[in-house]
Design a protein around this ligand. Structure first.
Ligand SMILES: [Zn+2]
Length: 295
């Protein structure tokens, strides 16, 4: 009896010791100890391993900005109206510095006064387009008075640049202006826009305004905010600035605006080499050849 009891006790002790050994000393994965520092490092290594393939994934928006392989779909056309003026050369300097092309819708009489500025802009790769000769809203008295002024703008264009004026232009005040009402009545712009399209011209408006001809003309912060607000969700932006005298704020905010579009992955375009598909998209978005109807 006694030996049986001892045998049982020995057996229980043996099993207990065997279990303890297994738990304490056998190298299982969960028991493998890694110093804390090493653990953090190993986690970071893992994170880095994942970082690159994730950035190359096409659904990751950031991958669009600096990749030449993925087609850039966002485009911005920066346009300046009503020049040239004393503010145009500093603007040209900035555009050159940032390697950005722009389009200038020039006023004929300003072009006559500053032919060298227009020539310089053209020689530096920008586009020059017409924007009337006088920019006086009385041109909207009749179709005749409009075309008189329009032809004069084209003549000056030819004289200064020794080139055929393009069939792209911008109406003073834009195609949906109300300034014409006082001269030719409400039906002048609907009639004129239909007529000029038939003549083979395309008129260009804008879908983002800098506000530099409005009450916030000297408020750079407000101008920048407005540009960003209206550019968001727009893959095709035609941005309106004015290179008129004293519009110093326009030149001051230009580098920030260029950086904004660069960071957002936009491609800078000008009307100098605008494609048919870009013009079609502008027509579709009613930035070009907008249908004008006034009741
Ligand atoms: Zn204008």
């Amino acid at each position: 009896m006694k030996s049986k009891k001892y045998f049982l006790l020995f057996g229980i002790t043996f099993v207990f010791l065997l279990l303890s050994y297994t738990i304490l000393f056998l190298p299982t994965e969960s028991k493998t100890t890694i110093p804390n520092e090493q653990r953090v490092q190993s986690l970071q290594t893992n994170k880095n391993e994942f970082k690159e393939p994730l950035e190359l994934h096409p659904t990751n928006e950031n991958s669009y900005s600096n990749s030449d392989e993925i087609k850039v779909e966002k485009k911005v056309f920066i346009t300046f109206d009503d020049g040239p003026s004393t503010i145009t050369p500093p603007i040209l300097e900035l555009l050159k510095k940032h390697n950005v092309p722009a389009s200038f819708f020039v006023v004929g009489k300003n072009m006559e006064e500053n032919p060298e500025i227009v020539q310089r802009a053209y020689n530096e790769g920008h586009m020059i387009l017409t924007h009337s000769y006088t920019h006086d809203y009385s041109i909207y008295t009749s179709l005749e008075s409009f075309y008189d002024d329009f032809s004069k703008a084209e003549e000056v264009y030819h004289e200064v640049l020794n080139k055929e004026p393009p069939n792209l232009f911008r109406f003073p005040g834009g195609s949906s202006n109300h300034s014409s009402f006082a001269y030719g009545g409400k039906q002048l712009m609907p009639k004129l826009t239909r007529d000029i399209k038939k003549k083979g011209y395309t008129y260009i408006d804008w879908n983002v305004s800098s506000g530099d001809a409005g009450p916030h003309a000297n408020d750079g912060v407000s101008m920048e905010e407005s540009i960003v607000e209206y550019s968001e969700d727009n893959n095709l932006v035609v941005l309106l600035f004015h290179d008129t005298p004293n519009n110093n704020t326009t030149a001051e905010i230009l580098p920030n605006i260029i950086s904004y579009y660069k960071n957002q992955g936009y491609q800078f375009r000008s009307f100098r080499d605008v494609t048919e598909s870009e013009l079609n998209k502008m027509k579709h978005l009613q930035i070009a050849n907008k249908i004008i109807e006034h009741k």
